[in-house]
Design a protein around this ligand. Structure first.
Ligand SMILES: N[C@@H](CCC(=O)N[C@@H](CS)C(=O)NCC(=O)O)C(=O)O
Length: 199
């Protein structure tokens, strides 16, 4: 299989974590894509121009990080990142959605910072900075949830990829005054698959 990524995309990083966690390194070739450039040759491979993008062994193609994570997790018939059944499943989905919401906002912020300084919107940056503060406060409370403290799951993978966008966004200073979230991120950050996929 071929997996198209950029080294800095948090969405693509989630897939790279799954590849390592599931020991799929021999089956998935990771290929850097040139995104956000007019006439990029990548557009002939993926018309949307986005990453992550997976070309399966049967030639079918998949976009969207959640779908690709799920597909790769199910390849061996022993998924470990599926949501549990019943009430725990709703809780797990709720947490994943919150983490994803945070990542979506931070991705807008990163995208803005990558534009030429004169083209950047101070309004958008401030809007996303405020969202980042509110959501970091929320996670300082939610991080006590047993699903965030138990075995690695999609909510945890999404949240660590979002929080570690601190490496790409100098203004995203979420650690100060949030000791529980800091301790959690430092612990998850030591996991081999997380460490090895740092941007
Ligand atoms: N909802 C998508 C988001 C993917 C996405 O926004 N990828 C960005 C990189 S972080 C991208 O490829 N941007 C290039 C573009 O917009 O042309 C997912 O979860 O995979």
């Amino acid at each position: 299989m071929k997996l198209y990524v950029t080294q800095t995309s948090p969405f693509a990083r989630m897939i790279r974590i799954i590849v390592l966690e599931k020991g799929l390194g021999d089956r998935v070739e990771i290929i850097p894509a040139q995104t956000r450039k007019s006439d990029s040759p990548y557009y002939a491979i993926n018309p949307s121009g986005r990453v992550p993008y997976l070309i399966r062994e049967d030639g079918k193609t998949l976009e969207e990080s959640q779908l690709i994570c799920r597909y790769l997790d199910h390849l061996d018939g022993q998924p470990v990142f599926d949501h549990p059944s019943g009430d725990a499943g709703w809780e797990s989905r709720r947490l994943e959605a919150l983490a994803r919401s945070m990542m979506d906002g931070l991705s807008v912020w990163v995208r803005e910072l990558k534009r030429p300084v004169d083209d950047q919107s101070a309004t958008i940056i401030e809007h996303e900075r405020q969202r980042g503060i509110r959501m970091s406060d929320m996670w300082e409370t939610e991080i006590d949830n047993p699903l965030m403290q138990g075995p690695l799951n999609m909510a945890q993978i999404t949240l660590i990829c979002a929080l570690q966008l601190e490496l790409q966004i100098p203004g995203f200073q979420w650690r100060s005054g949030r000791p529980k979230l800091t301790q959690w991120a430092d612990r998850i950050g030591e996991r081999a698959a997380v460490e090895q996929t740092l941007p």
